[in-house]
Ligand binder design. Structure first.
Ligand code: NAP
Ligand code: MG
Length: 419
């Protein structure tokens, strides 16, 4: 049953004050529409909050020569906490569709370059949405290294026969090192990738910190049997960093496991969850989508970028849900899941509350999260979830209806508890 949209406008209850600003990054398409609804009915009526607003919508990025994206990332550096709506990463089709000046870089890539750090993704577990993998009982969090490898590669389309070489010239005038990559007999492709010790080490440390914070085991998988230098380097750094904190990990009962990446994939399918799976950049990109759909829907996957300096950007793991947006533009009703976007807001608010020492703000965020989960468990959910819920749900909520239902429950809960 959908409750009427009720605001207790005459209520004398004072909104909760958020002490320090949160950097808000607006985005594109269907998620931009959801974003505004969430802000208008779930956030602003309940909080007095200073939002530093940056419009990362693709048209505004284009108008500012994409400066708005680095400005937003620098604002996160300044204020410590950001919340981001999904954004279009332009490809050739998008350049045409939005009449863009050029194929601007991925905003998330730009933000990650400014802040560095690791992206952690965690599914939201709801009782009546059973995971596709029977053994999964607890969340599987994924820690994705957010720097380098193919995401910072140099690529070249080889036109014909010739020699591809890998050359390193030391800055201090030492001897050059050079290796033949391949003697081409005909056309082909080559790619040069890199990573830095600093970034890999901070990735390992961030993962250990996350595992310690959540008191969960830490898994890491790579392919050091094949890549005896590049992948092996990651393994060595993890071994060193875990070794340095061994006593603490032992005391907390946190186990570290290194596996070959293919073994890790097989083990994950048999595990019950409740671990952090540290992944190299590409593995994290791919595996987080697999884990997200395994837990039910992309709409239930949250994501946070944690920088080595302790700056945070929260977002939903999914994209701008383009297909739904086009339906929306045609005037058709949509049923887009807003849960991960709501949890982006609550993640940022809870963190803000912790950093500011304002438990009331953190409590508000946790209360909103509990209400969202409870609403789905009561059978009110969007179409993506209704299709897989157990017991079956016959009627799904539309995009707006779901958010209004949460808003009504949140207001009622507040009035009952007189918070
Ligand atoms: P997407 O937005 O993740 O959606 C892909 C499909 O997954 C949707 O069509 C929908 O399936 C389902 N889905 C995803 N989120 C959902 C939600 N909240 N509720 C219900 N269903 C959901 O990927 P896309 O449509 O391929 O990409 C659109 C744009 O997003 C691209 O321009 C890409 O660059 C961008 N993107 C941005 C980010 C980011 O900012 N973090 C991340 C990924 C992609 P059905 O069609 O079956 O309903
Ligand atoms: Mg991906």
């Amino acid at each position: 049953m959908l409750l009427p949209h009720l605001f207790s406008q005459e209520s004398t209850i004072v909104p909760i004050t958020v002490k320090n600003p949160i950097v808000e990054m607006d985005g594109d398409e269907m998620t931009r529409i959801i974003w505004k609804m969430i802000k208008d009915v779930l956030i602003l009526p309940h909080l007095t909050i200073d939002l530093k607003y940056y419009d990362l919508g693709v048209k505004h990025r284009d108008e500012t020569e994409d400066r708005v994206t680095s400005d937003a990332a620098n604002a996160v550096k300044q204020y410590g906490v950001g919340v981001k709506c999904a954004t279009i990463t332009p490809n050739a089709a998008r350049v045409k569709e939005y009449n863009l000046k050029q194929q601007w870089k991925s905003p998330n890539g730009t933000i990650r370059s400014v802040l560095d750090g690791t992206v952690f993704r965690k599914p939201i577990i709801v009782k009546n949405i059973p995971p596709a993998v029977r053994s999964w009982k607890k969340p599987i969090s994924i820690g994705r290294h957010a720097y380098g490898d193919i995401y910072r590669s140099v690529e070249y389309k080889v036109p014909g026969p010739g020699t591809a070489e890998l050359v390193f010239t030391p800055a201090n005038g030492g001897e050059r090192a050079s290796f033949t990559v391949h003697e081409f007999k005909g056309p082909g492709v080559i790619m040069g990738i890199h990573n830095t010790e600093k970034s890999v080490r901070s990735f390992a440390r961030a993962c250990i910190n996350y595992a310690v914070g959540e008191k969960i085991d830490l898994w890491f998988g790579a392919k050091d049997t094949i890549s005896k230098i590049y992948h092996a380097f990651f393994k060595e750094v993890f071994d060193q960093e875990v070794g340095a904190r061994k006593a603490e990990l032992d005391r907390l009962g946190i186990r570290y496991r290194y596996m070959l990446i293919d073994d890790a994939v097989a083990q994950i399918m048999k595990a019950e969850g409740g671990m952090l799976w540290a992944c190299m950049n590409y593995d994290g990109d791919v595996m987080s989508d697999m884990v997200a759909s395994g837990f039910g829907s992309l709409g239930l996957m949250t994501s946070v970028l944690v920088s080595p300096e302790g700056k945070y950007v929260y977002e939903a793991a999914h994209g701008t849900v383009m297909r739904h947006y086009y339906e929306h533009l045609k005037g058709n009703p949509t049923s887009t899941n807003s849960v991960a976007s709501i949890f982006a807001w609550t993640g940022a608010l809870a963190r803000r509350g912790e950093l500011d020492g304002t438990p009331g703000v953190t409590a508000f965020a946790r209360r909103l999260e509990a209400i969202v989960v409870r609403t789905i468990e009561d059978g009110v959910m969007t179409k993506d979830l209704a299709a897989i819920a157990e017991p079956k749900v016959d009627k799904h909520a539309l995009t707006r209806e779901f958010i209004d239902e949460i808003a009504a429950r949140l207001t009622r809960d507040r009035d009952e508890k007189k918070i």
